[in-house]
Design a protein around this ligand. Structure first.
Ligand code: HEM
Length: 523
């Protein structure tokens, strides 16, 4: 062991990093969740790159746009695989969840399919659904402002379900959608570094099957997710037989002879990954924009002034056709992606062969990640980085405003960059533009909190203790909103408290006129 360590250290040179302990490395220093602030602190201490060990894996964090660009973008051909995840990928995803698949033929085939539906040329395919669902979103927020987070979820989910499965999701509580959010959350949790020992200590995977204590749990998780996807495909087939299914991606995909070659599990996961990635991401970014609007009304006033100038005060809703006339709204969407990236420490990219870079020599199988939180909140990268300040994107003119990838790393990098970024960007643009056109956002006031707490005390006597504790936790986050701990991944209750009010009677009438009819649209 000592000899092989000596040889390794002679051959390779890695950036410095915090000292770890034998076998576990830095595993216990990195928080289990919400690792962004810790990784930012390390970046401030070590500079553009730092190295940590998570058991036998070596991770290099990239902390400046310069090095992300130089490695993940420019050398993408060798920095685009994923580390092995015996539990999270092989067991609970049957090796078929694209986001954790290694770089290779299978990943390439699925990426091609994803691209065929999510690319910019299909913007016109998504636009009518985004238009319809964002109108319904406004009506839902008007009717039940305290359930804004559910309305965001339904919006994002229904857009992708309409395009992929030709069906609208009318109720956020729909059983299979609820299960989809649960399985997505389970997957994200499993992916956290150190969450499953076998994903970190690969040697455990060599144990004989009866000693692998995690197998049953992994198989059950796989069963749950496959069940969600199968339920959707069965429903699709039923509607196709009834003649009630409009043309959609899944009907074409399932009828394509090429699809058969993928096998059943991969076919289901291709459709499922679209549902999963398409639903969760846009709603989280929208939640962040709502938090930013409640925490700082300065930029909201500017956005509303521009919308009012173009669409009239409560006269009509902004539309995709207004995009060039509303550059501030494109800057809002961009700032929404940059401000508090939810993939806080990026997504791991695996280097597939030894590489030299500026005096360092990286061994094959080193994990590289862009330190997303640190990059977004770095004073070297952005002026006044913690502030939600759309103006930053307009300072040098409007160049690059329409490219969703330009100026931040929230969609990832290189060949692994998010395939759905056009859809995510347009989802966020239309929903944010319309919400800002019609509503004001404020942090929850103290008297309101006290009243709610009083009510909760009464509730305590009547309802289950755990439920009350959960509500209390929600409310305690309300005033003021802690924008560094937004917890937007939460899908079961409001991640933070916010007061949403319609801007005027004219806006109320506008929403009733255009938003309410959206509820009756069926196909
Ligand atoms: C709305 C905001 C969104 C954000 C911030 C986001 C972010 C990301 C990030 C950070 C990655 C990993 C990139 C990397 O490893 O370098 C990713 C991958 C991916 N995203 Fe998104 N995403 C969004 C929306 C969407 C949507 C709407 C879809 C699909 C409908 C989608 C589908 C995917 C897929 C399939 C991958 C896996 C790509 C691969 O591993 O090759 N995303 N996304």
């Amino acid at each position: 062991k000592l000899w092989s360590n000596y040889q390794y250290n002679r051959k390779y040179r890695l950036p410095p990093g915090p000292k770890g302990i034998p076998y576990f490395g830095n595993m216990f220093q990195m928080p289990a969740y919400h690792q962004g602030p810790w990784a930012k602190e390390m970046a401030e201490k070590y500079g553009e790159m730092f190295t940590i060990k998570v058991a036998s894996n070596t991770w290099v964090f990239l902390n400046s746009s310069r090095v992300v660009n130089a490695l993940l973008e420019k050398r993408s051909a060798i920095y685009s695989s994923r580390p092995s995840f015996p539990f999270t990928s092989d067991l609970m995803s049957g090796g078929c969840r694209m986001v954790v698949q290694p770089y290779g033929a299978q990943w390439r085939a699925i990426r091609k399919i994803m691209h065929s539906i999510l690319n910019i040329k299909n913007a016109s395919l998504f636009a009518p659904f985004q238009d319809l669902e964002s109108k319904q979103l406004l009506y839902e927020v008007l009717e039940r402002p305290e359930e804004w987070w559910k309305a965001n979820q339904r919006f994002a989910n229904s857009v992708i379900m309409s395009v992929v499965f030709g069906k609208r999701i009318m109720e956020r509580e729909e059983e299979n959608v609820e299960k989809l959010f649960d399985t997505s959350r389970e997957f994200i949790m499993a992916l956290q570094p150190g969450a499953n020992l076998v994903d970190t200590f690969y040697i455990l995977d060599r144990l004989p099957a009866p000693f692998k204590w995690w197998r049953t749990r992994g198989k059950e998780a796989f069963g749950r997710v496959i069940n969600v996807y199968e339920t959707e495909v069965a429903d699709l087939k039923r509607r196709m037989q009834n003649g009630t299914c409009p043309p959609c991606f899944a009907t074409k995909f399932l009828a394509d002879p090429e699809t058969e070659k993928l096998g059943r599990t991969q076919t289901l996961f291709a459709l499922g990954s679209l549902m999963e990635a398409g639903s969760d991401t846009s709603r989280m970014t929208l939640s962040q924009i709502i938090a930013a609007a409640a925490a700082d009304s300065r930029w909201v006033r500017t956005a509303q002034a521009q919308i009012d100038a173009v669409c009239g005060f409560g006269v009509r809703l902004p539309d995709f056709a207004d995009k060039t006339a509303l550059p501030y709204l494109s800057a809002v969407a961009k700032e929404g992606f940059r401000w508090r990236p939810f993939a806080e420490i990026g997504v791991p990219h695996l280097l597939i062969k030894d590489d030299d870079f500026e005096g360092y020599r990286f061994p094959k199988d080193t994990v590289f990640t862009w330190n997303s939180w640190a990059l977004a909140l770095s004073g070297d990268e952005y002026q006044d980085p913690t502030r939600f300040w759309p103006e930053r994107w307009l300072q040098g003119g409007e160049e690059g405003l329409e490219d969703p990838l330009k100026g931040h790393w929230s969609f990832g990098a290189g060949r692994r960059v998010c395939t759905g970024y056009h859809v995510g960007d347009s989802n966020v643009w239309i929903a944010a533009a319309r919400l800002l056109a019609c509503f004001d956002f404020a942090e929850v006031e103290v008297w309101f909190l006290l009243l709610l707490l009083l009510l909760l005390l009464l509730l305590l006597l009547l309802s289950a203790l755990c439920c009350t504790m959960r509500l209390t936790a929600d409310i305690s986050k309300g005033n003021p909103i802690d924008t560094m701990n937004l917890n937007v991944g939460e899908h079961r209750w409001a991640p933070f408290g916010v007061k949403i009010t319609v801007r005027s009677q004219k806006h109320r009438e506008l929403i009733e006129r255009v938003g309410k009819p959206a509820l009756d649209v069926k196909y």
